[in-house]
Design a protein around this ligand. Structure first.
Ligand SMILES: [Zn+2]
Length: 401
């Protein structure tokens, strides 16, 4: 069967916008995308009138934790749950994510190997959800940040072993913790964690398995250690300084800002349930984080969208709030969409199949009422999401009914 969406506005993911386009979907893939005058609609195709609608590539969130539900005290919550309960919860988060138009996520830290089970269930059609590139456990130092969803390690040899274990379990990316964090009590975002030797061992072992490494780092020293070790992306990059900024540019390291993570936590008052230590840390860094994002954007560092969804009050399904924040801090709407599609796909290494709307790509797309280039908020408005398609099938929105 062929689906033809005609006379539609098309945002291709690479920065171009075309009006009056016809997009054909056959099977799981895009069969054609071009001017309506030129693309012939095959006989028997299901036609969708695209006037007043906009198509964008299925959105990609490069930083989520599907095992966390945005609870104020995520550490305490996870520790109080049975693993099977956490997995059930993750499945509902996956559904909320795809309903919101996010057809791919990179999950950078989950309870044990639950993310690989979820990925398998989604791929088998057991439960709905986005494509998942998962890290499994985040690799951290003994007593380090994120150990509640991590694997504590000591020394390069153990790092190599843990990387191999994660890959064997199904990891599509390796996550390392190169600085303290907000949510783990007793760790400071400023301090560097894991040694350069350990970080380099992670990168080397990951590369041997054909995987890339994402590094959590708030402070500049942690960022520099991770960049010099050869990681592909810096997550958060909160306290960017001139040197870390220059290094990221020099080595083509991506920034995944996760503005929503600090902002949603910092917006809370004392007594909201977020542990005081996390609240204080978040509030003290928000302004610096925004400045770091602006500096990275100005200097042309590749920015890939990520929300850190799952952290306190940062809900799965609300992922598009990150695009609003990126626009509020200086990106144009089209830049924010590129960061959430083509650039995100490049960071993950799946740019040959998703992230852009051209012939031969997987048919992952979102059909919107209105124009997100005029109002980026359209992306977060459920009444405006007319259809979400993953691999050629409508999985959400009224068009799929
Ligand atoms: Zn995170």
């Amino acid at each position: 069967m062929t689906i033809a969406i005609h006379q539609v506005r098309l945002i291709d993911g690479m920065g171009a916008v075309h009006d009056r386009v016809t997009l054909l979907v056959r099977g799981t893939k895009i069969l054609a995308a071009g001017p309506s005058k030129e693309v012939r609609i095959p006989k028997g195709a299901v036609r969708i009138d695209g006037r007043g609608l906009t198509i964008i590539p299925g959105l990609i969130d490069c930083h989520v934790h599907l095992c966390l539900g945005g609870e104020p005290d995520v550490v305490g919550t996870l520790e109080s749950e049975q693993p099977s309960y956490t997995l059930l919860k993750s499945a509902t988060h996956a559904q909320a994510t795809i309903d919101a138009g996010f057809t791919t996520v990179r999950d950078v830290g989950s309870r044990d190997h639950s993310i690989f089970t979820l990925k398998q269930a989604i791929e088998a059609g057991v439960t709905p959800g986005p494509r998942i590139v998962g890290a499994g456990r985040a690799i951290c130092m003994v007593g380090g940040h994120a150990r509640f969803i991590g694997q504590e390690v000591e020394g390069p040899a153990q790092v190599r072993q843990v990387v191999a274990e994660q890959v064997a379990a199904g990891a599509g990316v390796i996550k390392v913790i190169a600085s303290g964090g907000v949510l783990t009590p007793g760790t400071s975002p400023d301090e560097a964690q894991m040694t350069i030797e350990e970080l380099a061992a992670a990168v080397d072992a990951a590369q041997q398995a054909g995987k890339r490494v994402a590094a959590h780092a708030h402070g500049a020293t942690g960022m520099k250690n991770a960049i010099n070790a050869g990681v592909r992306s810096i997550e958060h990059a909160t306290l960017l300084d001139d040197e870390s900024e220059a290094l990221m540019k020099q080595y083509g390291v991506y920034m995944v800002p996760t503005l929503s993570a600090l902002a949603t936590t910092a917006a809370c008052r004392s007594g909201c349930g977020i542990p005081e230590s996390a609240l204080t840390k978040a509030k003290s860094m928000t302004k610096r984080h925004q400045a770091s994002f602006k500096a990275a954007h100005r200097s042309g560092i590749a920015i890939a969208m990520g929300t850190d969804a799952g952290t306190p009050f940062n809900y799965h399904g609300d992922n598009a709030q990150e695009l609003e924040r990126m626009v509020a801090f200086g990106m144009t709407p089209i830049e924010a969409i590129v960061a959430s599609t083509a650039t995100a796909a490049r960071l993950i290494g799946i740019q040959d199949s998703v992230g852009t709307l051209t012939k031969g790509m997987e048919a992952d797309l979102v059909i919107l009422k209105g124009n997100p280039l005029r109002r980026i908020e359209v992306l977060r408005d459920r009444d405006k999401i007319m259809g979400v398609m993953k691999a050629g099938k409508f999985v959400a929105g009224p068009l799929g009914k």
